[in-house]
Ligand binder design. Structure first.
Ligand code: UD1
Length: 415
């Protein structure tokens, strides 16, 4: 298994190009199940999760060519099962449920089960699909859904679920009549999926607000679209600039998607300004501590909580980081403690007292964003840090060691 080895203490300077967003690319690729003909999608990131969804879609009959630009054709769906083996490696495989039922009238998708950051049920996906008229049964660990024709409905999500909103939006585009999704997720990735579906001929309004209206159509046509930039990758590099006392031009990002983070980073003393094609981000003289509470978009993203915590471990004061989206998303804390951080967990809050210096240590990545926080901590730690189980990071960050190395970090991957 690969390891990442980092010698800390180098300030980072230069330009970094942000890749396409994993969480936007996954639902867009799943949406290809809704049409015959060839869809073309640009700016697809080179990540393990993308390889996983390609494998899953191919098993269902998709013909796929290309990497950064993908041409995907699903003229015929030949298999309706998303197996446990694939779903357990990537929970987002659940995104095939809605499109399969909408187009083929049947789907069999493994229940994802728990993961490192909590139980993460899919009950809201299932309930909404039933409200669209699907008959759903749970059998031997699989969701089995059937519907001759889905029917539009007024749906209320108890929680604003991102993939739940995406799944049901994809189911509703081919339903008979109008569907209204209330308390829908407002994330930019939901908006980007709605835009792609509209390119296919779907009738959707309100994406980006908590009420999305979908008027069903009888069929869709293939489309061409470009995946939006990864706001979580961009945010990770922005935090790196502040932590290492550097200055990074984060190119190809969308600042409007990052307002909650930009606001917090300015409070820590960082300077952030718009430049052509992105943002110039530099550290302040000292790091002010700030409190952070994760919330659904447009609140502070849970996917940047671990990275922000790494930043706060070296602040000049006390920071309270509250995780409200997932119940068990502090797995990185025990690894940060091994590097000399001072953090106490109380329920859903982490109380972080800034220390003058972190120290290199042997650490283990536990989930995707937790591993990014270890990379950030290692970049400022005194001495050498080894991060094992790097496959977590490869799920969501494209060539992270190359991007950091180009900015001046002493970072290498050991096979
Ligand atoms: C997506 C993102 C993930 C991000 C998360 C929150 C993708 C592929 N993944 O995950 O990176 O961290 O949004 O921004 O886009 N919930 C239920 N029942 C459900 C569905 C969700 O109780 O049926 C709960 C979850 O346990 C969690 C909350 O709702 O507490 C939000 O989760 P959700 O938005 O669904 O996360 P994902 O879509 O899985």
């Amino acid at each position: 298994m690969d390891k990442i080895v980092i010698q800390g203490g180098k300030p980072l300077f230069g330009d970094v190009q942000i890749s396409g967003a994993k969480n936007a690319a996954l639902p867009v690729l799943a949406a290809a199940l809704l049409t015959g003909g060839t869809n073309t999608f640009h700016n697809i990131p080179d990540l393990m999760d993308i390889k996983t969804i390609k494998k899953l879609l191919c098993s269902m009959g998709a013909q796929i060519e290309g990497d950064e630009t993908i041409q995907i054709n699903v003229d015929k769906i030949i298999n309706h099962t998303a197996s446990y083996d694939l779903v357990k490696t990537m929970r987002a495989s659940i995104l095939v449920l809605g499109p399969l039922v909408a187009r083929a009238g049947v789907a069999r998708v493994s229940l994802p089960g728990g993961c490192a950051i909590g139980a993460r049920p899919v009950n809201l996906h299932i309930k909404a699909l039933q409200e669209l008229g699907a008959h759903v049964e749970l059998k031997s660990g699989y969701i089995e859904a059937k519907a001759k024709k889905l029917k539009g409905a007024d749906i209320y999500f108890d929680l604003p679920t991102v993939t739940g909103t995406e799944n049901i939006m994809m189911a509703a585009v081919l339903a008979e009549g109008t569907t209204v999704l209330n308390n829908a997720a407002c994330e930019p990735e939901v908006v980007s999926l709605a835009d792609v579906l509209k390119g296919m001929g779907a009738k959707i309004s309100g994406a980006g607000t908590d009420t999305i209206t979908i008027k069903g159509v009888t069929s869709l046509k293939p489309t061409e679209a470009t995946i939006i930039p990864d706001r979580i990758e961009a945010g990770t590099f922005m935090i790196a600039a502040g932590m290492t006392h550097g200055e990074i031009n984060v190119i190809g990002c969308n600042p409007h998607h990052l307002e909650a983070l930009i606001n917090k980073l300015r409070d820590t003393g960082m300077k952030i300004s718009s430049i052509k094609g992105g943002m110039k981000v530099s550290s302040g003289k000292k790091i002010n501590s700030v409190d952070v509470k994760t919330l659904p978009y447009p609140g502070f993203p849970t996917d940047l909580q671990a990275q922000m915590m790494a930043y706060m471990t070296i602040s000049g004061g006390l920071s309270v980081i509250s995780e409200t989206v997932f119940e068990n998303r502090f797995m990185h804390v025990s690894e940060l403690l091994r590097m000399g951080a001072d953090i106490v967990i109380q329920g859903g809050n982490a109380i972080v007292r800034g220390v003058p210096m972190l120290h290199g240590a042997q650490t283990m990545a536990t989930d995707l964003r937790a591993s990014a926080s270890l990379v950030l901590a290692a970049l400022v730690a005194e001495g050498t840090t080894e991060i094992s189980r790097v496959y977590h990071i490869d799920r969501g960050y494209q060539t992270i060691e190359k991007k950091f190395s180009a900015l001046g970090a002493d970072i290498k991957r050991i096979k």
